[in-house]
Design a protein around this ligand. Structure first.
Ligand code: NAD
Length: 367
């Protein structure tokens, strides 16, 4: 059976292994425990570079197929993110099916921890949607293969400052590509979402003398950040029509879509949010045609995984920040490859990630 596209698969007859073949996933582990109500799927996409690492997402999926599709997509994304960031990590992810508010309990998390432990370190978990660092502490009671622990447990704590720093240097590399100088002084930047990452990004931009516009659904956040950094608040219905230089999505995914692309006047899109392109292939190509430089999100926001990686080695924030600084060169190199090959930036980033995995697989095979 050859599987190149999802449409090649008869999901009613081949729901699992055929889907794994699509993107060459290595392993899937299904977990069930009637006593605690735990239903989880761990997907290990690729372990060529090292143990697979990726967060656990708790979500009330409508059905198993949705959960499986999500975990396969997310785990593959982690392989690319870690590879392009130059980390010795593979890609993995876990999903727990269910409403966190209703079913999350100490027993369920510890049972999940036992399942992770049974994988012997091939998968290392971390926080994701509906999971907190406190949940990681509970999982840690059953396994050492967990990261993103609070600082008082020897962990790396909140990754957001490192993520924000990565976004900032990536933005500078993008500015260098567009304007020939990486200075952001005087540049008009719209930061959508001024939460953990967005606010630290605003502080970097303020120090550099950028003109900052902010948007958020939280009035309190807007008030606080506008006052502290002298940023200008913009309403949601006005923000995509603004005359700006840089758009930094730091709230949610899919904000680069048919609707917004018709309005956006910026020269650069560079932000922390995951999956910014509503459709990677369509909008990844469309941004370039519109004369906008898109810095691929999984390259830009790798500070989070970089931070967690250094936790595995005995955490040191200086080392994590120094590694995040390399995102500048990585971003710049992606633009050069994209121009050379005549391909969209997201594809150039994918190629760099794949090339590194292939090269390391070859040296692994030598021994
Ligand atoms: P956060 O929850 O602290 O902040 C998100 C902010 O966006 C909040 O202030 C929220 O009110 C606002 N928001 C939500 N919906 C919005 C909307 N429709 N319009 C405008 N604002 C909206 O999250 P964070 O940790 O700052 O992460 C921001 C983004 O970056 C997320 O997409 C996250 O997945 C991604 N990311 C974060 C990290 C990290 O280290 N925290 C790492 C990689 C990727």
């Amino acid at each position: 059976m050859e599987v190149k596209e999802l449409k090649d698969i008869d999901l009613s007859k081949n729901p699992v292994i055929a889907q794994m073949m699509l993107n060459n996933h290595e392993q899937i582990v299904f977990c069930n425990d009637n006593a605690t109500g735990l239903r989880a799927i761990v997907a290990i996409h690729n372990t060529v570079l090292g143990p697979s690492l990726g967060g656990t997402r708790m979500w009330n999926y409508n059905n198993e197929m949705e959960a499986l599709t999500d975990v396969l997509r997310l785990s593959r994304g982690m392989t690319y993110k870690s590879s392009v960031a130059g980390l010795n990590l593979g890609g993995g992810k876990a999903v727990i099916i269910g409403d966190a508010k209703k079913i999350k309990s100490e027993a369920l998390l510890r049972r999940f921890g036992k399942f992770i432990d049974s994988l012997g370190g091939k998968y290392i978990t971390a926080e994701d949607v509906a999971m907190s660092s406190r949940d990681m502490e509970i999982i840690k009671m059953e396994t050492d293969h967990v990261s993103g622990l609070p600082e008082n447990m020897g962990g790396s704590g909140d990754p957001s400052p490192v993520t924000a720093y990565g976004v900032y240097v990536s933005m500078k590399a993008s500015a260098k590509e567009v304007w020939g100088s990486d200075s952001l002084a005087g540049k008009k930047v719209l930061v959508q979402g001024i939460g953990h990452v967005g606010e630290v990004l605003v502080s970097h931009l303020t120090k550099e003398g950028a003109k900052i516009y902010i948007n958020d659904i939280s009035e309190d956040r807007l008030k606080a950040v506008a006052a502290q950094y002298k940023a200008e608040v913009v309403a949601a219905d006005k923000m995509f029509n603004l005359d700006i230089d840089i758009y930094a999505p730091c709230a949610l995914g899919a904000t680069v879509n048919d609707d917004t692309l018709g309005k956006l006047k910026c020269k650069i899109i560079c932000g922390a949010a995951n999956n910014q392109l509503a459709n990677e292939v369509i909008h990844g190509e469309a941004v370039g045609k519109q004369g906008i430089l898109y810095a691929p999100d999984f390259v830009v926001n790798a500070g989070g995984i970089i931070n967690v990686y250094y936790e595995l080695e005995g955490y040191n924030r200086e080392r994590a920040l120094a590694h995040a600084e390399k995102i500048y060169d990585t971003t710049f190199n992606i633009f050069q490859l994209a121009k050379k090959e005549g391909i969209p930036n997201y594809l150039a980033a994918n190629r760099i990630a794949e090339h590194r995995i292939e090269a390391i697989a070859r040296i692994n095979a030598v021994l």
